[in-house]
Design a protein around this ligand. Structure first.
Ligand code: ADP
Ligand code: MG
Length: 339
């Protein structure tokens, strides 16, 4: 009789986990942007080359990491954001699973420079496929500068299944929208192949939507506001006359996290009722604030699907508040809602 079960080496376990967390360059972009936000950055710069396949770089002015933390950050299940399972019910950070950097480092070549504001020198780490090549003291600006090079260099199957550059870039831009939109208090720059795609100044939520989608949106937005015991809603829906045949700009954020919810989408579609035809889709940019104890974010590694304790009530509140907002707009469509 011989025993045959072994624990997988970390590098292999990380590569398997990476399959779930990092599907394409856009997933790595999302994780790096969220880390910068969790670090308290107020200025953020995203740089990509070759649709993120060759380079994804995020430079932030957040709190940086100590040399030991910088090394620890790449361990699996290593996080500064939760300490116990009960913390999951009071979550305010974007990350908490402690697996993004470990996953990304397992399938790429990572260069990290990071410095805390009160230190003279920072630390610089080079990692390739989970193996640390070097770590040394270096001079760098306060905050974190993380480059992910040659994503999937050691996973040819994944690399070969990546789509064309325009398609992968489109996915990255969509992730960028989802993060940048709900953080108008942070300035964002985005460069691709040396060209500036976006330069978003700090401002209000409304200004951020307009600077992403263009000045014409200033005339299109109807404000939605509602406050109840279980949810606060704020944001905008697009005027009915701008509803599209294709799914356009539809954004739900729960506690500043973009989420997908066909169920809540339906609540809005119903609220528009006779104002649009069945094959038209309204645009919306809605922020929901809900007690973190009443939602579960931990149902999928990418965290874009969540569970609500009060799903039905939230549905009803959204439907009513959007209907009311549209009603006000209909009674006085010429009213200028700009604030
Ligand atoms: P998580 O975000 O779930 O904690 P990650 O693997 O994304 O896991 O990051 C691990 C840890 O590394 C974080 O908890 C944080 O302490 C640190 N970290 C990652 N990115 C940054 C950053 N840009 N600035 C400061 N600290 C960071
Ligand atoms: Mg993270």
């Amino acid at each position: 009789m011989s025993d045959i079960i072994q624990l997988l080496p970390d590098s292999v376990a990380n590569q398997i986990a990476a399959g779930e967390v990092v599907q394409r360059p856009a997933s790595a972009v999302k994780e790096l942007l969220e880390n910068a936000i969790d670090a308290g950055a107020t200025d953020l710069c995203l740089i990509i080359k070759n649709a993120g396949k060759t380079l994804i770089q995020v430079i932030d002015n957040g709190k940086g990491m100590s040399p030991t933390d910088a090394r620890m950050a790449f361990e699996r299940h290593a996080t500064s954001k939760i300490k116990s399972a009960s913390d999951l019910f009071a979550l305010r950070t974007m990350g908490f699973r402690g697996e993004a950097l470990a996953s990304i480092a397992a399938i790429s070549q990572v260069e990290l420079k990071t410095k805390q504001a009160d230190q003279d020198l920072g630390t610089c780490i080079v990692i390739e496929g989970s193996v640390v090549d070097s770590q040394e003291a270096c001079s760098t600006q306060s905050g974190t500068n993380l480059s992910v090079k040659n994503l999937f260099f050691n996973v040819p199957a994944r690399r070969n299944f990546l789509k064309s550059n325009p398609v992968e870039t489109k996915h990255i831009i969509e992730e960028f929208y989802r993060v940048a939109m709900v953080h108008p208090e942070i300035s964002f720059q985005f460069h691709s192949e040396g060209n500036e795609l976006f330069n978003l100044p700090k401002g209000s939520f409304r200004q951020r939507i307009v600077s992403i989608f263009g000045d014409k949106y200033n005339q299109r937005l109807v404000p939605v506001e509602e406050e109840t015991d279980i949810v606060s809603i704020s944001g905008f829906v697009g005027k009915p006359e701008y509803a599209k045949k294709t799914r356009g700009e539809q954004y739900f954020f729960v506690n500043e996290r973009f989420i997908k919810s066909p169920y809540l989408n339906h609540a809005i579609q119903i609220a528009f009722d006779e104002l649009i035809t069945k094959d038209q889709h309204p645009s919306y940019f809605l922020k929901l604030e809900i007690d973190p104890a009443r939602i579960d974010i931990n149902i999928h590694p990418t965290k874009t699907e969540i569970k609500f304790e009060d799903e039905r009530s939230i549905y009803a509140i959204i439907r009513t508040s959007v209907k009311q907002a549209l009603g006000k707009y209909n009674i006085a469509p010429s009213l200028d809602f700009e604030q």
